[in-house]
Design a protein around this ligand. Structure first.
Ligand SMILES: [Zn+2]
Length: 505
């Protein structure tokens, strides 16, 4: 008997691959088998597809049905295969013309009533379809705006299985055309003009933005640590088109996009609570593999307020993505790699009692030391800048202070400094100083850097580790970039060392 054929997309992490969906109707005992390594959701698709087909007014063949998802070696997950399975079956049953069923890639979940529902991860699905040369796709109406972000594929929406069948039989007007291109306005986040005083912290934030450096802020509650951190994304250059799609794809897989304005154009700001689990931070989950906070913050800022309160295992797990820019998430039988190139901003009170002024602190000295000690070691070694945030200056608050520079003005300097850095590292492909490998930084320093006697001394007396040494060099490069100096000066090294060791305030 007949074979129906169409296409869907399988996702692993944010990487999609086009899957052939075939259905065969053969004589035999009534029943349906889905082969090709589907997970539970794909197996459940059988029941949803059957109900949707019947409730859309079509007959369910009372014979032996076999659905194959190929290649078998590719893991299939999620409910997005429903639509393709239904159409392949209806093509095999001669309800829709077999030739038309092959035309488009189909991505959508079916409700029992035959309605087509959105699924997470539609953008990476469509990017995969485009990459494999497919030029037409059909998705749920609520996924249409997001799916249209993929270039090179004509995407249309469909409300129900009955509408799709009518369309495939040649009836016009049953699909939904995408609206006019998604209009995006780069967001106006909170502005640096609203931050009074905190000169040292302002400079630290600018330096972090210009070089892509991780930053730690230590200070009492109410000093403005959160306020400062929330303004870091506004100092970063806007995302490029490529970065924008990359960030949107991750948020799509996580299922956290706004269906009306899906495209993420601003660097994200992600601030998980200190009770966050390892899975919430790194990614994973019991069903689908979902990206964690480190990936949602990709190309943006990951802010950990009250950082010493986070679980040790959660803080330790940050080290690997901080080094590699991606994170490997493993689950029972499969694993996925998610991008995770974020800028880390840690904030901590000086001690657990969180007194507003040092004189009010009731903590024994040992407790104070141990509290920040929870952050020490390999994690803090990867944090280039440590700045003390003093309590808010009353003069600055009462309005006698001169008006503060806006985020826009600072961002212009940051963008220029980043251009200098990208030019410096053009042969290596690093986008900012923080990305440069230690060996490359040292090599560059040999020919272009000033003397480093300050640093050598710091290493000798043990106040600086070997990794810290390289990080000071990177930071000095950024200080020079911001000061529009082609080569770093000794003063840049001194400034970098002070910020590195938290002695700046
Ligand atoms: Zn205290």
């Amino acid at each position: 008997m007949a074979i129906g054929h169409t296409a869907a997309v399988s996702l692993l992490g944010v990487v999609g691959s086009v899957v052939d969906v075939e259905a065969d109707i053969a004589p035999g005992m009534p029943g349906i088998t889905v082969v090709g390594m589907g997970d539970t959701a794909v197996a459940q698709a059988r029941d949803r597809v059957r109900a949707a087909v019947l409730n859309s007014g079509f007959e369910w063949p009372q014979t032996r049905l076999t659905v194959s998802l190929a290649p078998a070696g590719v893991h299939k997950r999620g409910a997005g295969f429903d639509l393709a399975i239904a159409v392949a079956l209806l093509a095999a049953a001669d309800v829709v013309p077999a030739r038309r069923a092959r035309e488009a890639v189909l991505v959508g979940e079916l409700g029992l009533d035959g309605s087509v529902r959105p699924v997470p991860g539609v953008l990476p699905c469509l990017l995969a379809a485009a990459a494999s040369g497919r030029d037409s796709a059909i998705v749920a109406p609520d996924n249409l705006a997001e799916a249209s972000l993929a270039r090179g594929v004509e995407v249309r929406g469909v409300r129900s299985l009955a509408d799709l069948v009518a369309h495939l039989k040649g009836e016009p007007g049953r699909l939904i055309e995408p609206g006019p291109g998604v209009s995006v306005v780069a967001g106006r986040g909170p502005d640096m003009a609203e931050v009074f005083g905190q000169g040292q912290a302002r400079y630290a934030l600018e330096l972090a933005a210009a070089g892509g450096h991780h930053l730690a802020m230590i200070g009492p509650p109410g000093a403005g640590k959160t306020m400062l951190a929330a303004r870091l994304p506004g100092l970063l250059p806007p995302l490029t088109e490529e970065e924008s799609l990359e960030v949107t794809a991750i948020h799509s897989v996580a299922g956290v996009l706004d269906p009306r304005t899906p495209l993420k154009v601003d660097p994200p700001f992600v601030d998980p609570h200190h009770s966050a689990s390892l899975v919430a931070m790194i990614g994973g989950g019991s069903g689908d593999i979902r990206p964690g906070s480190v990936s949602l913050a990709h190309r943006g800022c990951l802010f950990l307020d009250e950082a010493p309160e986070f679980r040790r295992s959660v803080l330790d797990a940050l080290r690997q993505p901080m080094e590699s820019g991606s994170v490997l998430v493993m689950r029972a039988k499969h694993m996925a790699r998610f991008p995770a190139r974020f800028q880390l901003v840690l904030a901590a009170n000086p001690c657990p009692c969180a007194a507003a002024r040092d004189v009010d602190c009731a903590c024994p000295a040992g407790v104070r030391q141990r509290y920040l000690g929870r952050l020490s070691g390999p994690l803090m070694d990867r944090v280039d800048i440590r700045v003390d945030i003093p309590p808010v200056d009353l003069v600055a608050l009462t309005g006698d202070a001169p008006p503060q520079e806006s985020s826009e003005a600072i961002r212009q300097r940051v963008v220029q400094a980043r251009e200098r850095a990208a030019f410096r590292w053009r042969a290596f492909g690093y986008r900012c100083n923080a990305e440069a490998a230690s060996a490359d930084v040292r090599e560059l320093w040999k020919s272009r850097g000033p003397r480093t006697s300050l640093l050598d001394h710091a290493v000798r007396v043990g106040s600086l580790t070997a990794r810290g040494y390289d990080r000071v060099l990177r930071l000095a490069l950024t200080a020079a970039d911001l000061a529009e100096r082609g080569r770093p000066a000794e003063s840049d090294v001194a400034r970098a060392l002070a910020l590195r060791c938290g002695e700046a305030a």
